[in-house]
Design a protein around this ligand. Structure first.
Ligand SMILES: Cc1cc2nc3c(=O)[nH]c(=O)nc-3n(C[C@H](O)[C@H](O)[C@H](O)COP(=O)(O)OP(=O)(O)OC[C@H]3O[C@@H](n4cnc5c(N)ncnc54)[C@H](O)[C@@H]3O)c2cc1C
Length: 469
């Protein structure tokens, strides 16, 4: 939204494609009006920031928006195959901004496929968007500040929260303080969540890790234990919580599949969640005319996503001649400075809430690793032993990552298993090879695929009748 607003304000006519029913992404997703009763959000909340951005977006009549439309392939760096319902078509863009966001990471552990185990974002979506409680009594576990948000939300929505299990130990929080002070407001927001949870009587188990979800057909118990600084649990001190819901999440993974299909050079940035496109100073990728912004360029949060979006929108406008150099510099410099300040805060947060190697020890031989293809850890390890020492080869040997999610869920865990077994790095395991469709698409819509039409997409960099993004 931010990229499109910046480009439109400079006189271009961007086209925005989003598979959600409304624009807004994960955090600013607009709940159906029937659910929030038309009440305006409280000031200074993410909802209020989202409403402001959404308002600016809606008022921009140069922006064309296609919702419930997925980009399922790229055939050429800027030739997109899109699908809506049962129809598909191709469009060609002069400039393509990929702002595909991120998804949650949940490493495999015994019982993680039981009904009642979900990601914190899944629970948040049920409560916030659908006004449905995921259960009666929950344990929230994993790592990262998002757990605080979801534990508080579940409590406020009327669920009993048995506790919050956070892998990062308390001493690491103290070490992170100087970096976190780069954004005192955000640090304060985090501390406020802590205080509110304590007042609500919800214990926070720092330096602990979730070991197992137990139950017949549904979750009945969660097992968790203290862990060392590397995340390896001390099972002799394990505790049991009786719960019917486990919200487990270990940060976010950038959605970089479309950048990969566009042919962009990728690099592994473990602190930012995984493989991300290599970018230059203006967030341009290695492929001319392809840009990235937001969590898809490396997880950095909603504020950074918005700033990056605006910067990319301005950079595209500059390249298309819609902004002169002086105006472009005047607009971009203050945004770049704010982004740098956020970067210092983010680096401290990433160190504190990093994925620790002990997570690989959680899955037992019969724990599913690839849920789509139903491959257990033992089967994946047999594939590695048979020569699958990088993810591309492992995919061919085992079918790992060939199901509907196309490896989004399993690659981070599989890459760590490969690294642990071969003694090499996660980077050496490489990204999964990727092919269209990156989204499920019906055969009917493939049959009806139409080539790019002259009137679809864009061209023309001039103001007012300018090119689309
Ligand atoms: C589940 C979840 C819950 C979160 N909750 C919070 C929270 O409570 N508080 C907080 O501060 N941060 C939260 N975050 C983080 C925050 O949402 C992100 O930092 C921020 O939204 C990043 O913005 P973005 O534009 O990069 O990505 P997003 O907001 O994720 O937007 C990406 C958009 O791209 C669309 N898209 C992706 N692929 C395709 C495709 N192939 N075709 C068409 N459209 C596509 C998606 O539909 C989505 O609308 C959450 C993140 C997730 C994943």
């Amino acid at each position: 939204m931010a990229a499109a607003i910046a480009a439109a304000e400079a006189g271009l006519r961007p086209l925005v494609i989003d598979e959600n029913p409304q624009a807004g992404g994960q955090i600013y997703r607009q709940a159906p009006a029937a659910l929030h009763g038309g009440q305006p959000p409280a000031r200074r909340t993410p909802e209020a920031r989202g409403a402001t951005l959404f308002g600016r977006f809606q008022r921009q009549d140069r922006i064309e928006l296609l919702t419930e439309t997925s980009v399922w392939g790229l055939f050429g760096p800027r030739r997109l195959a899109i699908t809506c319902g049962d129809s598909s078509r191709m469009i060609e863009a002069q400039h393509l901004v990929l702002a595909t966001g991120a998804y949650e990471y949940l490493p495999p552990f015994p019982g993680w496929t039981l009904p009642g185990v979900m990601t914190p974002g899944g629970a948040q979506s049920l409560v916030k968007t659908m006004h449905v409680l995921p259960g009666r009594r929950a344990l929230v576990a994993g790592t990262g500040p998002f757990l605080l948000v979801v534990a508080m939300l579940l409590h406020q929505a009327g669920m009993e929260v048995a506790g919050l299990v956070e892998m990062a130990p308390a001493r690491d929080e103290v070490r992170a303080l100087p970096g976190l002070l780069a954004q005192p407001g955000l640090l304060w927001e985090g501390l406020r969540y802590r205080t509110r949870l304590r007042r609500a009587g919800i214990p926070i188990y720092r330096g602990h890790v979730l070991l197992e979800a137990r139950g017949e057909g549904e979750v009945r118990e969660a097992l968790f234990a203290p862990c060392n600084g590397d995340g390896y649990p001390d099972r002799s001190l394990a505790r049991v919580a009786r719960v019917d819901t486990i919200c487990a999440g270990y940060g976010f993974v950038p959605r970089a599949q479309l950048a990969q299909l566009a042919g962009c050079k990728l690099r592994l940035d473990e602190a930012r969640g995984g493989w991300v496109p290599e970018v230059g100073e203006q967030l341009q990728t290695s492929v001319p005319g392809v840009w990235v912004a937001g969590d898809g360029a490396g997880v950095a949060g909603a504020l950074a996503a918005e700033l990056q979006g605006t910067l990319v929108g301005l950079a595209v406008a500059r390249q298309l001649g819609a902004l002169d150099a002086g105006r472009w510099q005047a607009l971009r410099k203050p945004l770049a400075r704010r982004l740098a300040r956020l970067g210092r805060f983010r680096a401290a947060l990433d160190r504190l809430y990093r994925l620790r190697p002990g997570l690989v020890s959680l899955a037992t031989a019969d724990t599913l690793v690839c849920r789509c293809e139903e491959l257990t850890r033992a089967e994946v390890e047999a594939g590695i032993a048979a020569g699958g020492i990088d993810l591309r080869t492992l995919k061919v040997i085992t079918r790992l990552g060939m199901g509907p999610c196309q490896g989004r869920m399993c690659w981070p865990a599989a890459a760590r298993l490969v690294a642990a077994r071969t003694g090499k790095s996660v980077e050496d395991a490489g990204p999964l090879s990727i092919r269209p469709p990156v989204r499920p698409v019906s055969l009917q819509s493939l049959c009806e695929l139409t080539p790019p039409a002259a009137d679809v997409g864009l061209v023309a960099p001039q103001r007012d009748n300018g090119g689309a993004l």
